[in-house]
Ligand binder design. Structure first.
Ligand code: ARG
Length: 462
C-alpha cells in the first residue's frame, strides 16, 4: 500500500522526478542499524509515558529485532519509493507488525530528530575506527624510529640542507601531529555525546516522553539536547568531523610527499616493499609509490568534503531545511577514504627499508654544520652576531674551494678569525652536532629517546 508519511493532506503521490531527487536511501542505508537502535529506545519511552502497553512494547521490540535481522541478512532493503532509511524501516516494521501496532512508533518523533541522532551515532563509531587506524600508523612510525635510533639525515628547511637531524627525530615529528589528530577525535567525540532525540521536528514533544532516557539508552554520555531547535538544525558536529578527517588527510599527505621524494633515484633514502608499491604497464623497471600518491590525492578530496559541507551550512535559517540531507555523503566519503587509505599507508611505512649510508653521506653536506661553528664561537664568548659572520665566511671559503667545512685547514680557519682554533673541529662532525642539541625536544639521541618513550605511552592510552 501507500507508505507515504504525509498521505492525509495530499491528493497525489510525488512525481517521479521528485522521488528521484528526494531519495537518499542509496546512501543513508548505512544508518539502518542506528535507526533501529533509536526505535527500540523510542519504544521504551513511549511505554514509560503510558503510550505503549507492556505487551505492545514486547511485540514492538520483537518486530524491530526481526527487522534488524532481515536488514543484516540483506533480505530487507529500502527502495527509491521509500525516500530515506527512516521511511524504509517504518515500512518494514508495518509489514511485520501490521498498521495498528507498527503505526504507533512514529508518535513523538520526527525524521529530523531521528537523523540528527543517528548521524551522531554513526560518526562516533567511525571516529573510534579511524582513531584505531591512526594508532596503528603511529605504532608503525614509532617502530621505524625505534629500529633506527642512531641514523643521521640532512634536516631541511625550504627543502634545502639546514642542520643534521636524527632520522628517528624526523619520523617522530609526524607521530606528534598524528597524536594531536587522535586527540582531536577524542575531544570531538566528547562534544558529540549529546542526543537530539526528543527534539521532534523542531519544538520538542507534547507526549511526555523522556529525552534523557533515550540519550542514556543510546550511549550519549552527556544526555539530551538542551534546545530542540539546535538539536535538529545544527551540524557543526559534522563540519568539525570533516575538518578533523581533512586534517588527517593533510598530515598524511605531508608524510606521503616525503616518501615520494625519498624514494626517487636522486635521494635514494628509502626503498618501498614490493607488496606496497606498483609497477608500470609499459616500463618494466618502474616501481612507483602509488600509496603515497593516493594519500596526497585523497587529501584534496577530504578538503573538498569539508568545504562543500561548510558551503551547504552557510546561511541556513533555523530549524531543519532539506539542504541538510546533503550533509551525509561528504563525511561518509571521508570515513570510507580514510578507512581504506590508512591500512595501506601503515603497511607502506611498516615495510620500507632505510638507506642509512645514503642519509649519512648527505647529513653533513651543504655546509649544514655552519651553525655549529657559530654556536661553538658563542661558547668561546664571541657575540652571536660576529659568530654568524665568521661562520658565513668559512662557508664562503669552503664553497670557493669546493670543500666541506671540515676540509678547511687550520691556517684558513685562523685567517678567517683568531677565535677559530683547531678545537673547532670537535663540532664539525655529525655525531657531535647531534649530541650537542640535548635540550628537551632536540635531536640529540638522549632527547629523542625521551620523546619516543612519551609518544609510546601516549599511543598506548589512545
Ligand atoms: N532524509 C532527511 C535528511 O537526511 C531526513 C528527513 C527529514 N525530512 C524532512 N522532510 N523533514 O536530512
Amino acid at each position: 500500500g501507500d507508505v507515504r508519511l504525509w498521505g492525509g493532506r495530499f491528493a497525489d503521490g510525488p512525481a517521479e522526478a521528485l522521488a528521484k531527487l528526494s531519495a537518499s536511501v542509496h546512501f543513508d542505508w548505512r544508518l539502518a542499524p542506528y535507526d533501529i537502535a533509536g526505535s527500540r529506545a523510542h519504544a521504551r519511552v513511549l511505554n514509560k509515558a503510558g503510550l505503549l502497553t507492556e505487551d505492545e512494547l514486547t511485540r514492538m521490540i520483537d518486530g524491530l529485532d526481526r527487522l534488524e535481522a532481515d536488514v543484516a541478512a540483506g533480505t530487507f532493503t529500502g527502495t527509491i519509493a521509500d525516500e530515506d532509511v527512516h521511511t524504509a524501516l517504518e515500512r518494514g516494521l508495518l509489514e511485520r507488525l501490521g498498521p495498528d501496532l507498527g503505526g504507533k512508533l512514529r508518535a513523538g518523533r520526527s525524521r529530523n530528530d531521528q537523523v540528527a541522532t543517528l548521524f551522531r551515532m554513526y560518526l562516533r563509531d567511525h571516529a573510534r575506527i579511524i582513531g584505531g587506524l591512526i594508532a596503528d600508523l603511529q605504532d608503525a612510525l614509532v617502530g621505524l624510529a625505534e629500529a633506527h635510533p642512531d641514523v643521521a639525515m640532512p634536516g631541511r628547511t625550504h627543502l634545502q640542507h639546514a642542520q643534521p637531524v636524527l632520522f628517528a627525530h624526523h619520523v617522530l615529528a609526524h607521530v606528534q601531529s598524528l597524536s594531536r589528530d587522535a586527540e582531536r577525535l577524542r575531544q570531538w567525540d566528547e562534544r558529540t555525546a549529546v542526543s537530539p532525540y526528543g527534539s521532534g521536528a523542531l519544538a520538542g514533544s507534547s507526549l511526555g516522553l523522556d529525552p534523557e532516557a533515550v540519550a542514556k539508552d543510546l550511549g550519549f554520555e552527556h544526555g539530551s539536547a538542551g534546545n530542540s531547535i539546535d538539536g535538529t538544525a545544527s551540524r557543526d558536529f559534522v563540519a568539525e568531523f570533516a575538518f578533523i578527517t581533512a586534517m588527517i588527510g593533510v598530515n598524511l599527505s605531508r608524510i606521503a610527499e616525503e616518501i615520494i621524494i625519498w624514494n626517487t633515484k636522486e635521494f635514494s633514502f628509502v626503498t618501498l616493499h614490493d607488496a606496497f608499491s606498483t609497477g608500470s604497464s609499459i616500463m618494466p623497471q618502474k616501481k612507483n609509490p602509488d600509496i603515497a600518491e593516493l594519500a596526497r590525492g585523497k587529501s584534496g578530496r577530504l578538503i573538498g568534503n569539508l568545504s562543500g559541507l561548510m558551503a551547504t551550512l552557510k546561511a541556513l535559517p533555523l530549524a531543519y531545511n532539506r539542504d541538510l540531507q546533503e550533509d551525509k555523503e561528504p563525511v561518509f566519503d571521508s570515513c570510507d577514504q580514510l578507512e581504506v587509505l590508512l591500512p595501506a599507508f601503515t603497511g607502506m611505512m611498516a615495510t620500507l627499508t632505510v638507506n642509512r649510508e645514503r642519509m649519512e653521506e648527505l647529513a653533513p653536506a651543504g655546509f649544514s654544520l655552519a651553525t655549529d661553528i657559530a654556536e661553538w664561537l658563542v661558547k668561546q664568548g664571541v657575540p652571536f652576531r660576529v659568530a654568524h659572520e665568521v661562520a658565513g665566511e668559512c662557508v664562503k671559503v669552503a664553497e670557493a674551494e669546493g670543500k666541506e667545512l671540515d676540509g678547511l685547514t687550520d691556517e684558513q680557519f685562523a685567517k678567517i678569525s683568531a677565535h677559530l682554533t683547531p678545537e673547532v673541529r670537535s663540532v664539525l662532525n655529525v655525531p657531535g652536532a647531534l649530541a650537542s642539541r640535548s635540550g628537551r625536544g632536540g635531536t640529540a639521541p638522549g632527547a629523542v629517546a625521551v620523546q619516543l618513550a612519551e609518544l609510546k605511552a601516549d599511543v598506548a592510552t589512545q
